[in-house]
Design a protein around this ligand. Sequence first.
Ligand code: CTP
Length: 421
Amino acid sequence: MESDTSRNIVVGVAGGIAAYKACHLVRNFTEHGDRVRVVPTSAALNFVGAATFEALSGQPVSTTVFDAVDEVAHVRIGQEADGIVIAPATADLIARIASGRADDLLSATVLVATCPIVVASAMHTEMWLNPATQANVATLRSRGIVVLEPAHGRLTGKDSGAGRLLEPEQIASLSREVFNGSTLPHTWSGKKVLITAGGTQENLDPVRYLGNRSSGQQGFALAEIAAQRGAEVSIIAANTDRLPTPAGAKITSVRSARDMLSAVIEQAPQQDIIIMAAAVADYRPHYEADMKLKKGKDDSALGTLALTENPDILRHVVKMRDQGSLNPEAVIVGFAAETGDEHHSAEELAVAKLARKGCDLLMCNEVGEGKVFGQPLNSGVLLLRGEDPAAPVRRTITQGSKLSVAIQILDAIDGLGHCQN
Ligand code: CTP
């Protein structure tokens, strides 16, 4: 959940080329109202100068336990921290933390701290996958330190793969969830998760379309949390905002509801969890003009728009499971964007929708002008289908960032029992 409290944040920086991204991370926290103390390793200062970190944080920067000895800095910084995030963390720093070393200011700070700690690593794929690093990462996780899954992509040289540092805004927003109390458990390795996100667009002619206001943020937040739980994540993204790719996620870009249906049909059979967060256009123009429709000339087409109903992708997936073409244990989650009407509340409409769609969980959002679509906060009610589809179990999703809502939804999926590792 987002918090308005400003915190004492320590940003640890190890010696890797991605150290420059730590500057954006520091800026992100200070703009959020936090007090930031940057603690680099001496190797980090080969990449970014102390003056840069001092200017961005407004606090002195030191790498050794022998500076500010009168203030006992090697103990005080860790004691006073409300949260520590290390970005980038190298294989060497992770090894030093795992073995409890305290031979520089950063490792000493980590050893002293009792606050939540987030480690965002950056290294070459071979180093990340090396059993030594993986064992050290497992050690850190077993001690309650959140080690984020790295991004996949271009690395320092010509190579690319797992080990790239996540973008600063991803690290900052995931860290905030951890500082607010989430443990981001790494319990979904081996699980495959498919998420639809964004809003479909249905062409009227080459320049016009029917669409909706969905930005894709909630779908990407779900993907981000599933990826950080260790799952293999695929996103089918319809016209989403420019959002950073969640760690290791595969993205298939689509435009219309029919494109989305084809991608879902292809990818659903391999999945353990399918979350349909996209806002799918219920109708498309009956005719798609090859050339731009003209005022005066094409008035009849523009004045009265003939529409054709789109396929219902969620119902199609439920049917695939009923017919045996999906993993029979697959969990299917739908979203209900409701405004309520003169006779029914948004939630009553969602209860009817859960029964109609046949999915296992339905997240009901109240939408409308300025609510949910494109907004930073979300909330709602999660309905879990029980014996009687007309009387689902109801769980309040408390208001928070889209990551916080994603955490609550994925926790509910865990609560179904058969998704636990
Ligand atoms: N959905 C879908 N295919 C459609 C329409 C919706 O898969 N053609 C999915 C959405 O991704 C979402 C859920 O169904 O998970 C509910 O979407 P919503 O737009 O709220 O419901 P509709 O079925 O379109 O019902 P209505 O618009 O009448 O409320």
